[in-house]
Design a protein around this ligand. Structure first.
Ligand code: NAG
Length: 384
């Protein structure tokens, strides 16, 4: 929980700081009407915000206007910054008539996919015959008058002079927005090559003029493919410190385990016996063992080299299941005469006042309960 808090504490402010160190002019703005965003390389009367000849303006209806040097002003319908394309129309007037004299000279734009159309001017009595000869003729209403109709046809389908009785107005080469449309009212799609911001925008960066006076462009705020350096530091600090604390805690725990193990091992070596390190004791008896003096009062036997036992059948300690070895110290519980390693049965009796084999209780009066600290033994001390 606090790790993530620490992470944001460190990561977020440094990330915000790195955002502010942009070294390019980049001033997005808008005419407000269509909400079309004007960004680099276009500019609205701001010299260093855009590229030369990419000037836009706003008209009284708050539309964004592009003025081409030889073809006049057009309403900008859309700008595709990633594809470097701009879509123009005539603001609902008569785009086809504008296309008759459409030249891009002097502008940074080009028309990548042009289609040629032939425009014809037909008198009322020539219209039907012309339609019959060229079924794909499309009427251009805004150019037509009461007794004549202006129509367009893709030049490849134009039948030529002999097929109709209309006047040929001319041929227009139109970069229409849609490849398969023949409607000259559709937006015109223009593109630009320079300045080239495609790869910058594709990487999620911000394109702009580099600070200074030249026309060099720079790409800033590109999100790195990995994490930003500040985020890495944030993660290292945010996760590293808690991890370190955990390691220290774990180390302490392991050290405790090891020292406990060493202590037990040491005690075992002192008495030269093997008793199990874990003795499973029923919980209800856990606090009902015998006190030290009582256990000490039970008879001990030091095994001789011949390992001769008072009861020869038992040569294995029932607690640790190890065979008795010469020189080992055994203890017997007086009530039942069962033999055990002294260390094994001592541990047992501290927690459990019954014989592990026959469950006989040595003496009820010697039980140690949590409220009673210690009692003197009532059993005779008969060590051998
Ligand atoms: C079409 O022809 C009519 C008369 O025949 C003329 O008045 C008109 O200006 C012509 N239109 C165009 C676009 O050429």
């Amino acid at each position: 929980m606090y790790a993530s808090g620490l992470f944001f504490l460190i990561f977020v402010p440094s990330f915000v700081l790195s955002q502010k160190t942009t070294a390019v002019h980049h001033c997005p703005s808008s005419c407000g009407g269509s909400g079309l965003s004007v960004q680099f390389p276009f500019r609205l009367n701001q010299s260093r915000c855009g590229y030369p000849r990419f000037d836009l303006s706003c008209n009284s209806q708050r539309q964004t206007i592009l003025t081409l040097p030889l073809s006049g002003s057009f309403v900008v319908q859309n700008i595709d910054y990633a594809a470097q394309a701009i879509y123009l129309n005539d603001g609902g007037n008569c785009l086809p008539s504008r296309l008759l004299n459409f030249k891009l000279d002097g502008s940074p734009f080009r028309a990548p996919s042009r289609k040629n159309f032939t425009l014809v001017n037909c008198s009322s009595d020539a219209v039907l015959a012309a339609r019959a000869a060229m079924p794909t003729l499309l009427e251009i209403q805004c150019m037509s008058g009461g007794d004549y109709t202006v129509m367009s046809v893709q030049s490849q389908f134009y039948g030529g002079h002999g097929s109709h009785a209309c006047d040929e107005i001319g041929t227009v080469s139109v970069p229409l927005m849609w490849q398969f449309t023949s409607d000259l009212h559709e937006d015109v799609r223009l593109a630009w090559r320079e300045p080239d911001c495609k790869s910058c925008l594709a990487r999620g960066g911000t394109c702009g003029l580099r600070n200074g006076s030249g026309l060099e462009i720079a790409c800033t705020n590109v999100p790195s493919t990995g994490l930003p350096r500040s985020a890495k530091y944030g993660i290292i600090i945010g996760l590293g410190i808690p991890a370190l604390l955990c390691l220290i805690g774990l180390g302490g725990y392991v050290c405790g385990l090891i020292s406990t193990y060493i202590r037990r091992r040491h005690r075992r070596e002192e008495t030269n016996t093997d008793f199990p390190t874990v003795i499973v004791v029923p919980r209800s008896f856990a606090m009902m063992g015998l006190d030290g003096p009582t256990i000490e009062s039970y008879p001990k036997t030091l095994l001789s080299a011949s390992r001769r036992l008072p009861k020869p059948s038992d040569n294995t300690c029932p607690i640790c299941l190890c065979e008795y070895q010469p020189e080992e110290v055994l203890r017997t519980i007086p009530e039942c005469d069962h033999y055990f390693h002294a260390d094994c049965i001592d541990e047992w009796l501290k927690m459990n006042a019954t014989c592990p084999l026959c469950r006989n209780t040595p003496d009820e009066s010697t039980l140690v309960t949590p409220s009673v600290a210690s009692r003197s033994s009532s059993l005779p001390s008969t060590s051998t």
